[in-house]
Write a protein that binds this ligand. Structure first.
Ligand SMILES: Cc1cc2nc3c(=O)[nH]c(=O)nc-3n(C[C@H](O)[C@H](O)[C@H](O)COP(=O)(O)OP(=O)(O)OC[C@H]3O[C@@H](n4cnc5c(N)ncnc54)[C@H](O)[C@@H]3O)c2cc1C
Length: 401
């Protein structure tokens, strides 16, 4: 049996190694269009490769995928983060968790993952073809003809692992095979808020903010980071992921809401401030910070509420109190534009999931053609979820059922 793997990235190598292990007598060839293998793996996670996440409930794990959640939930029953950890550990690479759930090779460098994939594929006899861009796939009876560098090569099985493409044209060669393509838009980015005074607080973060897109139901909670161009941090990245298509439609011009104290609503915040007033009548506003806000943020929020930091709590009138509470739990900023999050970015969109048989990852349109990785309309939030979906879909595809 001859199998072609199109794409020499994360899912391509995972598929190639597992295919060769499942079918030792088969011929497995990777075709990579560039002159480099596994380039995203090498730069991933800031050069550390965040291979998966330690979340141990499959249901919660799946919720980290704005696109693909339901299909992945079933696939994780067959290959999940625990299987990923074992897969690497069985091959001598220890995977360790950080406090926030992200998991990395113990060596703390993505080179370890790269080296493992290269040596495993070499030892198993996987053929690797660089500078080999596949330009078309044609069904020929039970076989598939792969057009590469002007040559037509016949294969029994083909696994497409070509990753995301920022442009719809990048999927043209697959459209002709009847697969519906969801137009690609970026996911995992940070928000620009030009000319806003708050950017002077760059570097400052709050551990649990609630951020939302006004006029939609999109919201997320988590750490919020103020940068010199706007807002970043897990809460914003998650919001950009769940809102990827909606925000693209808005051309990245929208109003975002921020509750600086997470899920606490107006009444709760008012109670909190009221209790400070009751017990600290004479203290000045800047002296006592609700929710343990960082000093500079508290001064900024007071100023934004038109309050002097020198004012004693006892002199806070009802109107002023309401305004302050409103700013704390219902602040609002105009976002215009986005900035790529350099640690990780992915494509929302790709092969429509209706085109795939998720028991096998085989195309419903072309027999013996399989898909894995980011080329599918599957993507997750940051934290190792994108690699996990690449490993899982590649593992299932490599069964070649
Ligand atoms: C900077 C950065 C950091 C990231 N860090 C993390 C992280 O730490 N954790 C995480 O979970 N996710 C991370 N991601 C996301 C993760 O890298 C991707 O989701 C993952 O690499 C997808 O794997 P893939 O094999 O589907 O695609 P890719 O890794 O993109 O590989 C696709 C390969 O196919 C090749 N190719 C494309 N078209 C053709 C063609 N026609 N013929 C032949 N070859 C072709 C490409 O050149 C490429 O080598 C990061 C992404 C970026 C950009």
């Amino acid at each position: 049996m001859k199998t072609a793997i199109i794409g020499g990235g994360a899912s391509g190598f995972f598929a190639a190694i597992n295919t060769k292990e499942n079918f030792p007598n088969s011929e497995v060839s990777i075709f990579e269009k560039s002159s480099k293998l596994l380039s995203k793996v090498l730069v991933s996670g800031g050069g550390r490769c965040n291979v998966t996440n330690s979340e141990n409930s499959i249901s919660n794990f799946s919720k980290s995928y704005p696109r693909g959640e339901n299909h992945l939930k079933k696939l994780f029953g067959r290959f999940n983060n625990q299987n990923t950890i074992e897969w690497f550990e069985n091959r001598g690479v220890e995977i360790v968790a950080e406090e926030d759930g992200r998991m990395f090779p113990k060596s703390n460098t993505s080179q370890t993952i790269y080296d493992l994939f290269i040596s495993e594929s070499k030892n198993l006899g996987v053929r690797v073809n660089l500078k080999s861009s596949v330009t078309s796939l044609i069904q020929e009876g039970e076989k598939i003809s792969v057009q590469v560098n002007g040559q037509k090569l016949l294969f029994d099985k083909v696994i497409v692992c070509t990753g995301g493409s920022p442009k719809l044209e990048g999927f043209d060669w697959l459209k002709i095979l009847d697969h519906k393509i969801e137009s690609p838009v970026p996911s995992l980015f940070t928000f620009n808020i030009p000319n806003e005074k708050i950017t002077q607080l760059m570097g400052l973060s709050v551990p649990s903010a609630l951020v939302s897109i006004e006029g939609t139901k999109l919201r997320s909670t988590g750490p919020l980071l103020i940068t010199h161009w706007g807002f970043s941090g897990p809460a914003v990245l998650k919001l950009s992921s769940f809102g990827a298509r909606n925000l693209s439609d808005k051309n990245y011009n929208f109003r975002m809401g921020i509750s600086w104290c997470g899920e606490n609503n107006f009444e709760k915040v008012k109670e909190e401030i009221q209790s400070i007033i009751n017990t600290n009548q004479k203290k000045k506003l800047f002296k006592i910070r609700p929710y343990n806000f960082p000093k500079r943020l508290w001064s900024y929020l007071l100023e934004r509420s038109d309050l002097s930091a020198e004012k004693p709590y006892s002199e806070l009138g009802t109107k002023q109190l309401n305004k302050l509470v409103q700013i704390i739990c219902n602040d609002s900023y105009v976002v215009s534009g986005k900035t790529t999050y350099k640690e990780e970015f992915v494509t929302c969109g790709g092969i429509n999931l209706e085109s795939i048989n998720f028991k096998t990852m085989e195309s419903k349109h072309i027999k013996n053609l399989y898909f894995a990785g980011e080329i599918l309309d599957i993507d997750g939030i940051t934290g190792g979820f994108n690699f996990q979906s690449a490993w899982t879909t590649a593992f299932i595809a490599s069964k070649l059922n």
